[in-house]
Design a protein around this ligand. Structure first.
Ligand code: NAD
Length: 480
């Protein structure tokens, strides 16, 4: 077993003097590897190395187009190693290999996209008055901290790291305790290609090295993806240092199905939106809001599709893999166990034993019709393969229900009526609205982020570079 060391200041850190944390394969419950339990001293060292890298002319003198080329090379490297990266991602997360392949391609697209943008981030000239030359210049914001969760490790790492490197920053990635493998793979590459301290990878518990870095006065910007409580803690820590945060905190995203929807198109998309990655997706379509007049037919068709779903490990080529770890598995089962008797469980929601993988964390996909929209499983993010269903009888009611959670990340609207589609899309409080689809092939070019408790700021797209820059205004008074 190869242990995963941290990459700090161009050195591989982690030996017998360090404490190590076990990383478990969720498909089998077996040990995959170990990571270093990073501490405050590691955090200090990483931040100092980033600061030094930013000061050094070795990184400063790399031109924007050269940073772009490096990122394009990274995209090629990711694609050349797609098979191995997908294997590692699938081993770490338990996700089916087909989904891991899609994640690796999405990561390559982020490196490609921001590689292309690196030399296209411009300032402005601002007309004020005669003899005053006024312009803005773009500078890197500095040391950027990227706290990454376990559900899409390489994609989430790539999307913010690529934008930060494109704009000339020094990045520190804190990978999740559950999923260090693909970030380590990228660390090996960047260690060869970038000056030391420009890309660093640290590991350990969130409450330890994660908190130490979030509150570190040397960190200039934080991009965090994960739970709402941790996002709040990170934001509070950043506030003490007056440092900006980009937060992506999940959702309770609805698919709103009107009576004239094309169900042949809607059904596979709705099913995929909740079962992809075993429902452990921030933008999962975890609420189904359906017009009363078509509800029975739609639910029958979704149930039929659920009955053909195979739950199991990546090696079985299953449709739905395991839950990431024992804690999440028990949490989801406990939530399912406490669902009110008035709710109607239409499918699944039970622990599943897979032969030969008895210690894996499997749950059968659930469809649960709620008696009230205030039921906790309709309001709270379960982060598992659980679809909650509510019926509506009018467009206004559908919109009110769509907006009736603390979240606002993504929504799907299903209708053939263009007026109704736009009417609903413009009134749903959500960072993205898909009409007659849900999700869009990675969506690298599309701004992504939340209203309400789903987060702050936007990732993906050309807009994300704004998270990683300072804008300096300079005014020159001419005297002739
Ligand atoms: P989490 O928010 O605790 O962890 C996410 C990342 O933050 C990890 O890298 C973790 O090490 C780090 N972290 C934890 N505590 C920290 C702290 N005090 N300071 C700095 N960093 C810290 O999430 P979790 O415990 O892995 O999962 C719990 C719930 O979070 C899930 O059930 C789900 O609802 C949500 N979640 C959301 C996403 C998403 O994509 N939005 C991803 C994973 C989990």
């Amino acid at each position: 077993m190869k242990k995963i060391q941290m990459l700090i200041d161009g050195e591989w850190i982690g030996d017998q003097n360090d404490q190590w944390i076990d990383v478990i394969d969720p498909a089998s419950g077996k040990l995959t590897t170990q990571i270093v339990r990073g501490d405050n001293a590691h955090a200090d060292r990483a931040v100092q190395a980033s600061k030094n890298a930013l000061k050094s002319s070795t990184w400063k003198s790399v031109k924007p187009f050269e940073r772009g080329q490096l990122l394009q090379d990274t995209a090629r490297y990711v694609r050349e190693n797609a098979e191995e990266l997908a294997r590692l991602e699938s081993l770490d997360t338990g996700k089916p290999i087909g989904q891991a392949n899609a994640d690796i391609e999405a990561a390559a697209r982020y490196f490609e996209f921001y590689g292309g943008l690196a030399d296209k981030v411009f300032g402005d000239t601002i007309p004020i008055e005669e003899n005053l030359v006024n312009f803005t210049t773009i500078e890197p914001i500095g040391v950027t901290l990227h706290i990454v969760p376990w559900n899409y490790p390489i994609q989430i790492t790539a999307r913010s790291v690529a934008a930060a490197i494109a704009t000339g920053n020094a990045v520190i990635v804190k990978s999740s305790e559950d999923t260090p493998l693909t970030t380590n793979f990228l660390a090996e590459w960047f260690n060869e290609k970038l000056p030391k301290g420009v890309f660093q990878h640290v590991t350990g518990y969130g409450a330890e090295i994660g908190a130490a870095l979030s509150s570190h006065p040397g960190v200039d910007q934080i991009t965090f993806t994960g739970s709402v409580p941790t996002g709040i803690a990170v934001m509070k820590a950043a506030a003490d240092n007056v440092v900006p945060v980009t937060l992506e905190l999940g959702g309770k995203s609805p698919n709103v199905v009107f009576k004239d929807a094309d169900l042949d198109r809607a059904v596979p998309s709705i099913v995929n939106s909740i079962l992809q990655n075993a429902g452990q997706t921030c933008s999962a379509g975890s609420r189904l809001l359906v017009d009363e007049s078509i509800a029975d037919e739609l639910l029958e068709r979704i149930k039929e599709r659920f009955s053909g779903i195979k739950v199991g490990p990546p090696s079985h080529n299953a449709d739905v893999g395991p839950i990431i770890n024992e804690k999440q598995y028990k949490r989801i089962l406990a939530m399912l166990g406490s669902i009110d008797k008035n709710a109607n469980v239409l499918a699944g929601g039970k622990a599943v034993q897979v032969k030969g993988y008895e210690n894996g964390f499997y749950i059968s996909p659930a469809i649960i019709e709620a008696s009230s929209h205030s039921d906790f499983f309709v309001q709270e993010e379960i982060f598992g393969p659980v679809l909650s269903v509510i019926r509506f009888t009018s467009v206004e009611e559908a919109i009110d229900l769509a907006n009736d959670t603390p979240y606002g990340l993504v929504a799907g609207v299903w209708t053939k009526d263009i007026d109704r589609a736009h009417y609903a899309a413009s009134r749903i409080d959500s960072g993205q609205v898909f009409i007659n689809s849900y999700g869009a092939a990675g969506g690298v070019q599309m701004p992504f982020g939340g209203y309400k408790k789903s987060g702050i700021g936007r990732e993906k797209s050309h807009l994300a570079v704004q998270n990683y820059i300072q804008i300096k205004n300079t005014a020159i008074q001419l005297q002739l």
